[in-house]
Design a protein around this ligand. Structure first.
Ligand code: F0G
Length: 451
């Protein structure tokens, strides 16, 4: 059940096929280069693209724009304490700003950082500090059909092997990303967070949770982890984060805002030095400690958004809409990573386009075809986005929060089904130009179709 109604609308238009073809060619077959008015249903990301509530819009007017000591900062801090259980935060303009603040304070040249799976900006920040980001996904993550309830889990045994290999003293941080964006938005169980916390203690590492989608993760825990049956999402959300020493957060996801982020550091004496380092680095890169790159009004909207995100009412409908998209695609015969994640459905381009080698980017071929067919913008997360890794070629259809209707979802399903029907006609792509940072290739590379 949707549980909200539209109060403000933004027109969308499906531009004619020849205009879509031209726009895609001018974009160098990279949908990051498409003007948004050429896109009909925009599933590029769920990040900062959602719809704010009337309470959030009202809160914007209360923004205290003082450089220092703004009451809006206190409002955000109080909301974080209430929903996440952390009283110390360093604000940042968005998640990657928070990553710069945290990992720049925590990680040094030659270190190794472990994560269930690094998101692209996380990987790039670890690498930029001269450290090695190593993924430790659970074995079930590789099985696209497994019904395992927590395919986002961190594999502690694999992590222990890495620690034996590189030396535990060289691992300053163990990170768990909830939900696991790089593994099809799959959730992590609270049991796994407890186990990973114990492992971090064992090797004396700081335990970090990337909490971008902590509310969606909590909704899955409520549905799938028997210990939490009948508990509120809000209580589960606090429980999840209670194991972390530090949290890195993008408000653009489960903060239900268009911009914003922060680092939170547990208020214990042994983490004072980390908190202080983050505050100093925050001032240098983000702004003073009471705004960190956000306007006072953004802080207010973020505070309201966090509280809304952990209501059962909101988040149950949210994960349900994603599940409905996944089930409808599956029914239409489009191969997807099963089960659907919390924020997105991931299409399996290798299964749909077996005639296109990974080196010719089947995921990107599918992204381009979805746009040409129905003006639907998704994103490739495979051999194009992650060069030199052997990730499967997935295409993510991420749903902005509280934004699209059942008709829009139907259009996406019909579009994908039409592309699937003519899958054998699709060809691969080659990269024509790419940026110097390989971890960021998919944002700005240009491609061309192979004849
Ligand atoms: N961590 C995770 C798990 C993310 O998914 C993202 C962003 C970030 C950190 C960085 O946050 O965008 O606010 O700087 N993910 C978006 C996406 C961009 O499309 O999945 P940010």
């Amino acid at each position: 059940m949707r549980g909200y109604r539209a109060k403000m609308v933004e027109p969308t238009r499906l531009v004619p096929p020849e205009e879509r073809e031209r726009a895609l060619s001018e974009a160098g077959y990279n949908v990051f280069n498409l003007p948004s008015d050429r896109v009909f249903v925009d599933l590029l990301t769920d990040s900062g693209t959602g719809t704010m509530s009337s309470e959030q819009w009202a809160a914007l007017l209360l923004g205290d724009e003082a450089y220092a000591g703004a009451s809006s900062f206190d409002h955000l801090r109080e909301a974080v304490e209430e929903t996440m259980g952390f009283s110390r935060i360093v604000p940042a303009h968005q998640g990657r700003g928070a990553e710069n603040v945290l990992y720049g304070s925590l990680v040094a040249e030659g270190d190794t950082v472990l994560n269930n799976a690094h998101f692209d900006t996380t990987r790039a920040h670890i690498a930029a500090n001269g450290a090695d980001p190593v993924d430790c996904p659970t074995e079930e993550a590789g099985d696209f059909d497994s019904e395992h309830p927590f395919k986002g889990n961190f594999d502690v045994d694999a992590a222990r092997d890495v620690a034996d290999d590189v030396g535990p003293e060289n691992i300053p941080a163990v990170v768990v990303t909830i939900t696991n964006n790089s593994t099809a938005g799959q959730p992590v169980s609270v049991a796994n967070l407890r186990e990973t916390r114990a492992f971090a203690d064992e090797i004396d590492a700081t335990f970090v949770i990337d909490a971008c989608r902590f509310a969606e993760n909590a909704a899955f825990v409520q549905q799938r982890e028997p210990e939490f049956e009948g508990e509120s999402v809000a209580a589960i959300a606090r429980e999840e984060l209670s194991y972390a020493d530090a949290v890195v957060m993008s408000g653009k996801k489960d903060g239900l805002t268009n911009i914003g982020g922060f680092v939170a550091v547990r208020d214990t004496p042994d983490l004072d030095a980390l908190y202080d380092a983050c505050r100093q680095r925050g001032i240098l890169y983000e702004g003073f400690t009471s705004y960190g790159g956000m306007a006072g009004r953004d802080l207010e909207a973020f505070a309201v958004g966090l509280r809304e995100a952990v209501t059962d009412h909101y988040v149950t409908a949210r994960v349900e809409q994603v599940r409905e998209l996944g089930e409808a695609l599956d029914d239409a015969g489009v191969p997807i990573y099963w089960p659907p994640g919390g924020h997105a459905v991931y299409l399996d381009a290798n299964a749909l386009l077996p005639h296109i080698e990974s080196s010719e980017f089947p995921g990107q071929a599918l992204v381009c075809a979805l746009y040409e067919e129905g003006g639907v913008r998704g994103v490739e997360l495979g051999s194009f986005a992650f060069p030199d890794t052997d990730r499967p070629d997935l295409v993510r259809l991420a749903l902005p929060r509280r934004t699209y209707s059942a008709e829009d979802i139907r259009h996406v399903v019909d579009t994908a089904a039409a592309v699937a029907d003519r899958a054998d006609e699709l060809t691969g792509y080659r990269v024509v130009s790419e940026p110097s940072v390989p971890e960021l290739r998919h944002f700005s590379a240009r491609l061309e179709p192979l004849a």
